[in-house]
Design a protein around this ligand. Sequence first.
Ligand code: ZN
Length: 141
Amino acid sequence: MKAKFTAIELLLFLCAYTSASVVGILLLKYYGAWAGLIGFVGGFALVPTLVYGIFALTGLLWSGRPPLPLCGTSKCKYSDFKTIPTGDGNIIYVCRCGLRYKKVGCHVIEITTSGRTAPYMVWKPCRGWCREKTIHQASQH
Ligand SMILES: [Zn+2]
C-alpha cells in the first residue's frame, strides 16, 4: 500500500495543525468556546492559504500566470501546450498548431521552423503577457 501523504503534505498538515491549535486556544482563552472553534478552523486554513498565496505571488511576479501566453495564432492556451524535454535540461513547449516555444525566466522565445529563436512575449507583473518590443519593430520594417 502506498503512503497517502507525501512528506511535504505531512509537514504542511503539521504546520496547519499547530497554527490551528495556537489560534484556537488563544481565541478560546479570551473570547470563549465558539471563538475558539472558529479560530481553530481559521487557523487550520491559514497555512495552506499562505502557501498557495506565496506560490500564486511568485508566479505573478517572476514566471507569469498563466505560465505561458496564447500561441502565435491565439488559438492555444497554456493547457494546449505539450512539453518536450530537450537533452540539455531545458523544456520546449509545442502548441496544437505546432509552434514551438521555450521559456527563459519571464521571457517566452519562439523557435522558428528553421531552428532560429525570436523573442515572443515577456511577462510584466502588473500588465500580464506583453509582446516583446523587438518583434514588433522587426515586423513593421
Ligand atoms: Zn497554437
